[in-house]
Design a protein around this ligand. Structure first.
Ligand code: IPM
Ligand code: MN
Length: 372
């Protein structure tokens, strides 16, 4: 394994660790709903690329998700966590099943993976490609091109809290937001580093709510400006989360990199997904810059479309693209990105499920056909 000189040697694309091997061990979790269909297309693209590159992939499939839970009761075994940790990267389809009560799979599989693998960065690029429709009137590809860095291991997702006098008129429900100095600082440092390496704008926006969350947002704000002293080349600004939601719609061109906590990041990246053309294209990475990383289409399991061959695989293919970039395979990552850009620019009718003019696997074939 060849590690890049700097621990966080990232660049234009996606926060890579720069492993650079001749053979990569990839843990694959197809998961639920349309997960397996889109993962198959991601693997198709990766395999096609590897045929003309100096590396290959060893895929190891993990049967994790709602289907197994309903069949056998198991959620995520300690042994699976150990094996996933040892992978160069993990490729995830979707976790979520209509027959499983909300919260179980999310907490016990998805969030547990994030916590146990300490995937403390959730990296979500928001880029509108040429030829893709955005609901934002008058905005084009040059206007929508930024990255959200979401803290992925703390905040309200830490799961602390409880009920008191549950089910009575005096019931109290507490939900605690955990923000550690260490957790906030490592995320903010990553964001500065990422921003420095991303491109020309070099502008980092902190998104929080200092006017109301006077403890947690205060910590975020203090750490942000402290760390900024080490990055004088980066222009910084601060926006309250509610205002930032407005600006993402009105003036998205102002953004380069946004850094924020876990729940705000969850919410604003759904706005990001829709302005970049929807869940058919939006991908993300759950990254431990010192460990492994897990890449996923952010659209979820879409049970309504399961088995129909109508779901758009491009989000999963973009997740695979981010994974290549993370692994340090920049040339292959760029080739895949160029192929996706060709496919969305006039080849498919729409990014929406059922309206692409092609089936899921035909869209995968189109991408492979466009690989230069
Ligand atoms: C996401 C999802 C998850 C989250 C859910 C499924 C737990 O919405 O990855 O954005 O809230 O983080
Ligand atoms: Mn979400």
């Amino acid at each position: 394994m060849r590690l890049m000189p700097s621990r966080m040697a990232c660049c234009e694309t996606y926060g890579e660790r720069g492993i650079m091997k001749t053979s990569y061990q990839i843990g694959v979790i197809p998961g639920d709903g349309t997960g397996p269909e889109v993962v198959a297309e991601g693997i198709k693209a990766l395999t096609a690329l590897s045929r003309t590159s100096g590396f290959d992939f060893q895929f190891e499939t993990f049967d994790i998700g709602g289907n197994r839970y309903l069949r056998e009761g198991g959620l995520l075994a300690d042994d699976e966590i150990r094996r996933l940790k040892a992978m160069d990267a993990v490729f995830l389809g979707a976790i979520g099943h209509p027959d499983v009560r909300p919260g179980i799979l999310e907490r016990e599989v998805l969030l547990r993976l994030r916590f146990e693998l300490d995937l403390y960065i959730n990296l979500r690029p928001v880029a509108l490609f040429e030829g893709v429709d955005t609901p934002l009137k008058g905005k084009g590809p040059g206007d929508i091109d930024f990255v959200v860095i979401r803290e992925n291991s703390e905040g309200l997702y830490a799961g602390g809290g409880g009920f008191f006098k549950k089910g009575t008129p005096d019931e109290i429900a507490l939900q605690e937001s955990v923000n550690t100095r260490k957790g906030v600082e490592r995320c903010i440092r990553y964001a500065f580093e990422y921003c420095r390496n991303r491109g020309e704008k070099k502008r980092l926006t902190l998104c929080a709510k200092t006017n109301v969350l006077i403890y947690e947002s205060d910590l975020w704000r203090r750490v942000f400006y402290e760390v900024h002293e080490e990055y004088p080349d980066i222009a910084v600004n601060y926006q309250h989360v509610d205002a930032l939601c407005m600006w993402m719609i009105k003036n998205p061109e102002q953004f380069d990199v946004i850094v924020t906590g876990n729940l705000f990041g969850d919410i604003i990246t759904d706005i990001g997904a829709i302005i970049q053309g929807g869940l058919g294209i939006a991908a993300g990475g759950n990254i431990n810059p010192e460990g492994t990383a897990m890449f996923e289409p952010i659209g979820g399991s879409a049970p309504k479309y399961e088995g129909l061959g109508q779901i758009n695989p491009l989000a999963a293919i973009c997740a695979a693209q981010m994974m290549l970039s993370y692994l340090g395979e920049k040339e292959a990552a760029n080739r895949l990105l160029a192929a996706v850009k060709q496919v969305v620019n006039g080849k498919i009718a729409s990014l929406d499920a059922g309206k692409m003019g092609y089936s899921t696997s035909e869209v995968g074939d189109l991408v492979v056909g466009c690989l230069a």
